[in-house]
Design a protein around this ligand. Structure first.
Ligand code: CO
Length: 151
């Protein structure tokens, strides 16, 4: 089911999200709905608080594939990249953000198995953006020049 994407100004986007403790049907429904919502919005990533659920779960959909990260932890980062960014919760805006160029993240999959991944370039940017959402941080907090764009 497609869920409504919460927009900036809603306090849920500023919450420190709670860890996922149960890898059950309720989580899977949330994740399935998030994936459908992300696809419909044609976004590169979505975090659970963006559908109003402040738990530590994100998805990214990039060239490298579709990834679902539960309780993700950034364990290492290298280099730097500066580029454009937007957010499904900040419609009609874009800005320039500096992010690490390469990151390693440890996370659980939807069944609770601990996994890790290494992301580079835009993939790394998307992962960092989504992880920030779990701590109530929006890209606009870090962007140098937030400006209007056509949706
Ligand atoms: Co976002």
């Amino acid at each position: 089911m497609i869920r409504e994407i919460v927009q900036v100004g809603d306090p849920v986007l500023r919450e420190t999200c709670k860890p996922v403790t149960r890898f059950d049907k309720e989580l899977w429904t949330l994740l399935d709905d998030m994936r459908e919502t992300l696809k419909a919005a044609e976004g590169a990533g979505l975090a659970a608080p963006q559908v109003g659920v402040p738990v530590r779960a994100v998805q990214v959909d990039v060239e490298e594939g579709f990834f679902e990260l539960i309780n993700p932890v950034l364990v290492s980062q290298k280099g730097e990249q500066t580029g454009p960014e937007g957010c499904l919760s900040v419609r009609g805006k874009a800005g320039t953000v500096t992010r690490p160029d390469k990151v390693k993240v440890v996370f659980s999959d939807r069944n609770g198995n601990r996994c890790s991944l290494v992301a580079r370039g835009f993939f790394a940017r998307a992962v960092c953006h989504e992880l920030d959402h779990l701590d109530g941080i929006l890209y606009t907090d870090k962007a140098s020049n937030v400006h209007d764009v056509e949706d």
